[in-house]
Ligand binder design. Structure first.
Ligand code: DX5
Ligand code: ZN
Length: 238
């Protein structure tokens, strides 16, 4: 992929009765990564799916599986998500007391390690784990549901995270309320990976997904010249 901005559709907004077909459709429509929202009804007030479902759709595409764990605790399940075929495994900083340990565990499983921050969580929590990170996922909604409104205060946090990262090869991913209207705000602030659920899957057809992805990508890419740090590739296809 030569695009500057990586688009990661969240299957949370897909038709779950046809999940494998939806993954194939959104991949053909231009998705760079597939974003998988795992919720436990405890850390967040919603329940989605786990490793068996991810394993079942793994054969449908060779795109990067970008797994966003909204579960607490996360550590007991990291190996299962790695075995299911997740390439990136992201834990929430708020989900456990031992973030450094969780990130080490993910890398020891041979996967890329991500940390996610809720909108109210300050960027300082990642200061001492920067060298264990491949990706930082900044929530621009309170996690749990698709289709919520983008929280603009997080744009300032994107800028601060960008400064904290310095020259390290860490992706900055944004999740929640991403649309062609909000994408430029975070892209200009330094984000290079955009998750979008409802804004990608609206319309319900592959043709609609293609238009929706292109609209978000175009809006982000024209937001201005930025230094790209996107570094994550699938081992199997490299
Ligand atoms: C929210 C999830 C998001 C969600 C985004 O907890 O982490 O990935 O699916 O949905 P939209 O793009 O509709 O805000
Ligand atoms: Zn997510």
């Amino acid at each position: 992929m030569s695009h500057e901005t990586i688009i990661a559709p969240s299957v949370l907004s897909a038709d779950f009765s046809r999940l494998g077909d939806e993954v194939e459709a959104v991949a053909r429509a231009g998705a760079d990564w597939i974003h998988l929202d795992v919720m436990d009804g405890h850390f967040v007030p919603n329940i989605t799916f786990g490793p068996p479902v991810i394993k079942a759709i793994r054969s449908r595409t060779d795109k990067i599986f970008d797994c966003h764990l909204m579960i607490a605790p996360a550590d007991p399940y990291l190996a299962a998500f790695a075995d299911a075929g997740c390439d990136i495994i992201t834990v929430h900083a708020e989900a456990g007391p031992h973030l450094d340990r969780s990130l080490q565990a993910i890398r020891n499983l041979g996967r890329k390690a991500g940390v996610s921050l809720n909108p109210s969580t300050p960027e300082s929590v990642i200061e001492y784990v920067l060298d264990r990170l491949d990706l930082i996922l900044l929530m621009t909604v309170n996690p749990g549901f698709g289709g919520q409104a983008f929280i603009p205060a997080v744009v300032e946090k994107v800028k601060r995270i960008k400064a904290l990262i310095g020259s390290r090869p860490i992706d900055i991913e944004i999740d929640g309320g991403v649309t062609p209207d909000t994408a430029p705000l975070v892209a200009a602030a330094g984000a290079n990976v955009l998750v979008a659920g409802s804004a990608v899957f609206k319309g319900g057809t592959e043709a609609a997904y293609r238009d929706n992805i292109a609209a978000i990508r175009h809006a982000a890419d024209k937001a201005g010249p930025r230094k790209r740090t996107a570094s994550i590739k699938r081992k199997e296809t490299a």
